[in-house]
Unconditional design. Sequence first.
Length: 503
Amino acid sequence: MRPFTALAALCGLFLSSNSLVYADSAPSSSPVALPRDFKPPQVFKNANLVRNTNLEKGYLRETVNVVVENVDKKPQSDYYLSFPSDLYDKVGALEVRDKSAPEQGRFEVEATEFDSSRDFQYFVVHLPKPLAPSSQITLGISYSALNTLKPRPAAISQNDRQYLAYAFSAYAPSAYTTTTQKTKIKFPSTNVPDYTSTDLTSGADPERQGATYTYGPYADVAPETTYPASVRYEFTKPVITATLLERDLEVSHWGGNLATEERYWLRNNGSKLTDNFNRVEWTISSYQQLPSSAIRELKIPLKPGSVDPYFTDDIGNVSTSRYRPGKVPNRDASLELRPRFPIFGGWNYSFRIGWNNDLSAFLRKAVTGADSYVLKVPFIEGPKVSEGIQYEKAVVRIILPEGARNVRYELLEKATSNGLPGANQIQTELTSHKTFMDTLGRTALTLTVEELTDEARDSQIVVTYDYSLWDGLRKPVTITAGLFTVFVAAWAIGNIDVSIKKR
C-alpha cells in the first residue's frame, strides 16, 4: 500500500508553500514557587463570605462569594486562595470573577507548587486592577473537587441504598481574617442520617431547612482556622468517574465531514458489593425500576444532523444501544448506550463511540482572508446524566486537514462558568497525525485538561487556521504523481532488453 511513500513525501514537500505549524495561544504555566515558611501577607480582609456547597452530583461543587477589602496602605493586586493540602490536587475548573461585573471575564489564576510540609496550599488570583486602600471588591469563586465523596459503608448488598460521606471544615478555609461567614450545604434529598453539630453559635448549628443545611454565621474567624465536620447522606446513584477521556475531532474539507470519536475508561466510585452479583435480583429490580447505585445506561445528546453513530468496547460492537435522530430540524439527536453489564461500585468499563456531522455546521471562512477558516466545536460532549460525571483527565485532539498552518485557538467565555480552567491551566501541543495516503501528516491540536467535570459540556472552542487551494490539492496531485511515476518506471523497466544475444 506504501510502495512510493518516500516519493510521495518528496512531491508533497515541493508542493507545500509553508509547512511551519504553530499556535499563538500561550502554553500552560508552571506552578509558582513559594518559600517553605510562606504566609500570605495580611493586606486583605474578608468583610463577608458565603460558601455554597452542592452535593447533588457525584462530585463536589462549591461557589464562594466573598467581599474583599484592602486593609493595607498601598494598592494590592494578588489575592491568595487557601485550600487544605488533601484537597488542593483535586480542585478543578477554578474560576474567579468580579461578582458585580461577571461579563468582564475571569481573573488570571496561578497555581503554586505543592509543599507537603504545609497544611494549606494556595492559588494566586491576580486582580486586573490593583485594589486601592479601604476599597472593596466582591469575588465570585467557583470550582469543583473530584474524588472527595466517599461511600459509607464502603460495601453494600446489591439492593441496598447507598450513602456518601463528605468531610470538610465548618469554617471556610481562607488566608485572611473573615469578619462574618457561613456555609450552606445542599443535599440531593432530605435523608441525611449523620452530620456534625457544633456549639459555635448560640442557636442550632447547622440550621436545617429541607435539603439545605447552614453552618454559621461565624464572626471574626482568624486566617486558616478550621473546625472538622462531616456529613453522611443518601445518594442512590452511581458515582461515575472517567479516569481518561480521549476525544478526536477530524476535519475533512474534501468530504465536508466532521468525524467525532470518544474513548472512555469509566469507573464507578460508589459502594462495592458485599456478595457476588445476582442476575435474578438485578432483573427484578430493573423491571420494578428501583433506584440503584449501578450504571444502567448512558444518554448522550448529539448535535442536530449527527449520523452514523457506533458503540464498541473491547469485545466488539455493542448492540444494546439506541439512536434517536432529531425528528424536528435543529433538534438534538440522542444516543442511548446500555453497557454489556451493570457497572457496580469498583467496577470498570471501557468503550468508544463515534458519529459524523456535516462540516458546514461547524466551519466558516474567516473574513480576514480567503485561505483562513474558523472552526467552532464543543470542547467535550459525552453523557448527560443527573448524577454527573467527573473526568480525571481529558485529552481533546482536533485533527485539521493536511497542510493546515498558523493554528490558533481560544475558549469562548460567558458571564457564567463554562466548567473549564483558565487557558494557562490547559496543556497545548501541536503534532503531526498521519492517516491513509497522507504525505506530510495532518496538523493535530491537542488540549489536555485534568480534574474536569461534565459542567464543561456547554463550553466551546474556536480554532482558526490557514488552508490554501494548494494545500487541498496536495494529496490528489501527490497520489497522481506517484502513480504516474510507478507507471513510467514499469514502462521503462519493461522496455529494457535483457535477452542474451551473440556478440
